[in-house]
Design a protein around this ligand. Sequence first.
Ligand SMILES: [Fe+2]
Length: 232
Amino acid sequence: MIDLHCHILWDIDDGPSDFDGSMAMARLAAADGTRQLVATPHVQDMLHSPELIAEKVARLNQALRDAEIDLEILSGGDNLYNLGVENLARYSINGTRYVLVEFPHTHLPAQAGDTLFAALNHGLVPIITHPERNPSIVQNPKLLFELVENGALVQLTADSLTGGFGPAAKACARYLLKKKMVHFLASDGHSSKHRPPTMSAGFKAASKIVGKDAARMLVFDNPAKVVQGIEL
Ligand SMILES: [Fe+2]
């Protein structure tokens, strides 16, 4: 599997505090069947230097090769929606046109559509992270449909499908899947203990809802195109 959203880098956001924590997450992800994983530290008020992200990714990859762990880390960012297009482009996934875009956890801002259109007009492809955990979208999923019809893509948190984020997120995740409004599952992992970087349980749950072939698209085919910069 390929995980497009994971807070695996140490000492940069609310992910692991030290390098050993990153390695523990990497071991878990590899054991769960993930082969490529995009390191996506939060980019909000604090604009980390992309060079710092690249350095940490390189160091982690070296350690994974040394330990013969079959996992490759790529660079990216978990970007707050209102960073502006120039900043979004600096934290794209593996240097492609694809960018993660996160909305506040409390509501869908009135400017959500405008910020996504600005990104699309700039040649970027915004991927909306975990809409099933956004109260405005849980209440009115049509808000999300409009954004998707205009060109945005959608990533569910894999554990939402198994109830890890509560019954409302689970119901919304299942509804969005059935409506074919989902392009990716990702772990949004933060640690090896509380929010592990795993997706196999979500993949299994998705297979039961939409069938194995459609579920495979969410964790293999579609994310593979993203990391290679190929159009979906
Ligand atoms: Fe995240």
